[in-house]
Design a binder for this molecule. Structure first.
Ligand SMILES: Cc1ncc(COP(=O)(O)O)c(C=O)c1O
Length: 400
């Protein structure tokens, strides 16, 4: 029998992409009972399982087979209106044709990359950045450049220097800059309003688009920062958003908001790759939910969990360890000078606590060796404190 040479059937793009780390390489299997400070998932107690059960039952009672077709449920256009309304409350006014519902923000990022990138295109990302977005971009181009961030978010003056230099030397300018300006993953930092405006100015001066990932935008401990999309007067911002962090990631509901010509192209390639049943169920859930009240509960819970995590870090981590204190979102970004966090991970897992090593969030993974990302969203307060106590002991012994 002649064996099938599987690889020979892959397209050149896919062959190149398969040389990257596989998706999810950043998190090995976790031992049973492990305290998960790695997981960027919502608090299990805040996932509205009962309410979604009621919503699904009501949907099928009222609409019978309609939500089970490709299209047909009147709730699908209603979900779009509900998201339009949520965006409006954040200062983003989009028409129906300027909004596309996607299977999570991730499908939005993938569609944008698919439509805008080829192997000649340049993309600029923050350093560090959300590793899954990095994986997506790497599937389309090798020409990715990174711009450092600090406590005030993307260093736009460094971006300007880079753009200037590329222009002066005749190099390709980025097609878009990918940013998570609010409660960034992994650093938890938030871009100042001055830098948001500066980034918009640069996008006009150097003719690029801004891909604003707003996955955590409504999860402020205090006031939500202004989305870049809300101050974009030139149609340069494509915003991706999601209900994963505020309702449930398994529902896979996200969106892209942008100029209708872009949306038309994204829609062309999305076709039926989304989930009408989940969309119509979500619409019923939203009809029956006081969302502002829900957001207040989420914010209060995550604020208090974040405070508990930071207190335990102050108590249990050695003096040389430092971190940013976030104003919202799910994450705390930690630096441990002199420790390679990817080497430490196997010991941490053996002690029953997980985190994500910093290297996965960087284009040049060496830049992330001394960092790690902790999440305060998933584990409960008692587990988090115990997890940090164990981590503190490991770090101390690795430093000595
Ligand atoms: C910055 C960022 N964008 C997008 C996503 C994915 O969102 P979704 O579940 O809607 O695909 C995540 C999830 O971790 C994220 O951290």
């Amino acid at each position: 029998m002649v064996e099938v040479k599987v690889e020979s059937f892959f397209s050149e793009n896919i062959k190149a992409a398969l040389k990257n780390d596989p998706p999810g390489a950043w998190m090995p299997d976790l031992p049973d009972g492990c305290i998960r400070l790695s997981s960027g998932y919502p608090d299990p107690a805040l996932v509205p399982a009962e309410e979604l059960k009621v919503a699904v039952a009501r949907l099928l009672d009222e609409e019978q087979d309609l939500p089970l077709h490709y299209l047909g449920s009147p709730r699908i256009p209603r979900l779009k209106q509900q998201i339009q309304k949520r965006l409006e409350e954040r200062g983003i006014c989009v028409l129906e044709e300027q909004l596309l519902i996607t299977s999570g923000a991730c499908q939005g990022i993938d569609l944008i990359a698919r439509v805008l990138l080829d192997d000649k295109a340049v993309v600029a990302v923050e350093s560090p950045t959300y590793m899954e977005a990095l994986e997506v971009f790497q599937n389309y181009t090798k020409r990715i450049i990174s711009i450092p961030i600090d406590e005030q978010g993307l260093q736009t003056y460094r971006l300007k220097e880079m753009l200037n230099e590329r222009k002066r030397t005749g190099q390709t300018l980025p097609r878009f800059v990918y940013t998570i300006p609010t409660f960034q993953n992994p650093t938890g930092t938030t871009m100042t309003i001055e830098r948001r405006k500066h980034l918009l100015e640069l996008s006009i001066e150097y003719d690029f688009l801004i891909l604003e990932d707003d996955a955590y935008g409504e999860l402020s401990f205090d006031k939500n920062p202004v989305p870049i999309k809300s101050i974009d007067t030139c149609g340069r911002v494509l915003q991706v958003g999601s209900l994963s962090k505020v309702v449930a990631p398994g529902m896979r509901i996200g969106w892209i908001a942008g100029e209708s010509e872009f949306i038309k192209a994204f829609e062309w390639f999305k076709k039926d790759l989304d989930h009408p049943f989940a969309q119509s169920s979500m619409a019923v859930y939203l009809e029956n939910t006081d969302f502002e009240k829900r957001l207040d509960l989420l914010k209060d819970t995550y604020r208090s969990k974040c405070t508990a995590l930071i207190h335990s870090m102050e108590q249990f981590l050695p003096e040389s360890v430092s971190w940013y204190v976030p104003d919202g979102g799910y994450f705390v970004w930690v630096r441990i000078p002199g420790v390679d966090t990817s080497q430490l991970l196997s010991q941490a897992l053996a002690e029953g606590v997980s985190y994500v090593p910093g290297k996965y969030f960087f284009l040049d993974q060496n830049d992330g060796a001394e960092f790690l990302r902790l999440s305060f969203s998933f584990a409960n307060e008692k587990e988090m404190i115990e997890g940090i106590r164990r981590l503190g002991q490991l770090i101390a012994s690795s430093l000595s």
